[in-house]
Design a binder for this molecule. Structure first.
Ligand code: FAD
Length: 434
């Protein structure tokens, strides 16, 4: 985000995080992450906690800073240049914490949210199953209430922090009635990493390495019923709430590709071809122009989405989905063009553009694919236009010749026009048969 978009307090946070990113994270640490030598970046989490940089939006009572969504997005943009896995470790408190803060009991906040924001606990969210992530409400991991415990059985796939977390937020099916509505089937549980919880598979990932991404298996795990978050069978509400930080953090984290863009800018100002700096070749400098335009457009829609959530706008879900879709694609294009500007050397590990490219590809897939964002965006917009109240001008009235007889939408309309107009004698094909 640009300074002029931010309040004084938000600018101060941005500057603080910028300094942290610049001065406190070594290149060697990033290399070890990318080599998967780090199972989970706990050290990074602890450093953030020491600086009170976890849970930026949450109440001070639980260890947060009670700041705005805009502030958090500005901080994410700075962290984003460190790559997907550290970006994910940075934003996970925003996602897991959202469910605990909005739906959790005081006891849950004391026991989980507070130590989580203090960096004493690490958590992950477990939504996706091997059977599918997009069709979230079809989840099959079961939690059966027996006395004062749930018994959880099932598995979750692609969980960042499957290795390294102390507790998981797990969506489980709790309502087994055959006619249960899909929004009334699931519940959200806090599952401690303990007996019956295993990480059975570690994924070999294109990017986002060092984050402990694995498949979690739950076998007869006893979860106290006090660990239910929100209502029994009310998981859909928690999911809807968590999707806001999920998607807005994906969008704002992707703005961190300024790091790759700036690297390409500096490179093109030093590298020469055909006797001049490559930036003097218009084809190169126009790629830079396209990239910064894309990145600014992504910043704008992400800022708008953050503002929409801060002000609880009625269309915030649509705008957040737009930001997620647009910023993740823009980020991919920016990094891809940064590699193009740098030519062959950009494709090697002499520069970290190849890592940025491997990392950023994930953003169009996780936290809801771009196709699922499209489903959301069009659905919400159809509702906004077609449902009352709609208080804008209806433009169809402004045609030069608004002849209703030519406004034909269906077969029925066509025959209605014929029957009431000069062709009354014409009969519908079906009628002709009689
Ligand atoms: C590295 C990594 C980390 C992840 N971290 C986590 C995590 O921490 N926790 C977690 O729970 N999950 C996590 N995920 C899971 C991620 O959110 C899912 O992969 C994602 O939601 C897509 O689900 P899927 O892979 O099952 O693909 P599918 O749902 O099988 O989709 C496959 C394709 O079909 C398309 N598609 C599906 N349904 C529709 C539809 N109705 N209309 C149009 N197109 C459709 C999709 O867009 C996609 O192109 C992670 C994934 C990866 C790769």
């Amino acid at each position: 985000m640009y300074d002029f978009m931010l309040t004084h307090e938000e600018r101060a946070l941005q500057a603080e995080v910028r300094r942290f990113v610049r001065e406190e994270i070594s290149s060697d640490f990033l290399r070890r992450m990318d080599r998967d030598e780090i199972v989970y970046p706990r050290e990074f989490v602890e450093r953030l906690a020491e600086r009170n940089l976890r849970g930026i939006r949450f109440p001070k009572k639980w260890g947060g800073r009670e700041m705005s969504w805009v502030a958090e997005a500005a901080a994410n943009e700075e962290i984003g240049c460190l790559g997907m896995a550290l970006g994910c470790a940075f934003v996970m408190p925003s996602i897991v914490g959202e469910a605990l803060n909005v739906f959790g009991t005081e006891e849950q906040k004391e026991r989980y949210l507070k130590p989580y924001l203090e960096g004493k606990l690490v958590a992950a969210e477990a939504l996706t199953e091997p059977r599918g992530g997009s069709d979230f409400f079809g989840a099959t991991t079961k939690a059966v209430l027996k006395g004062d415990h749930f018994i959880v059985n099932g598995q979750k796939r692609f969980v960042v922090g499957a290795d390294g977390s102390d507790f998981f937020l797990v969506y489980c099916r709790t309502n087994f009635a055959p006619d249960a509505h899909k929004y009334g089937r699931l519940s959200l549980l806090i599952v401690d990493n303990g007996p019956g919880v295993e990480t059975e598979y570690h994924y070999g990932l294109l990017g986002c390495r060092g984050g402990g991404t694995g498949r979690l298996v739950f076998r007869d795990v006893k979860v106290p019923k006090e660990n239910l978050v929100g209502e029994l069978h009310g998981g859909a509400w928690c999911f809807n709430q968590m999707m806001i930080p999920e998607r807005l953090t994906s969008a704002s984290g992707c703005l961190g590709v300024w790091g790759a863009l700036d690297l390409a800018v500096r490179y093109s100002n030093r590298r020469a071809a055909f006797g001049k700096l490559i930036r003097k070749h218009q084809a190169v400098s126009f790629m830079i122009a396209d990239s910064i335009t894309r990145l600014d457009a992504a910043r704008a829609v992400t800022h708008m989405a953050a503002k929409a959530v801060d002000s609880d706008a009625h269309n915030k879900r649509r705008i957040v989905s737009e930001a997620k879709k647009f910023a993740t694609k823009a980020a991919w294009d920016v990094v891809n063009d940064a590699m193009q500007v740098m030519g062959g050397i950009g494709y090697t590990d002499v520069y970290p553009i190849e890592r940025a490219l491997r990392d950023v590809r994930l953003a169009m897939i996780w936290t809801g694919t771009s196709q699922i964002m499209d489903l959301m965006i069009q659905h919400e917009y159809y509702n906004e236009v077609l449902n009352e109240p709609y208080d804008r001008r209806h433009m169809e009235k402004d045609a030069m010749n608004p002849d209703e007889s030519e406004r034909c939408f269906t077969d029925d309309d066509m025959w209605r026009v014929h029957e009431s107009g000069p062709f009354q004698a014409m009969k519908r094909p079906l009628d002709n048969k009689n």
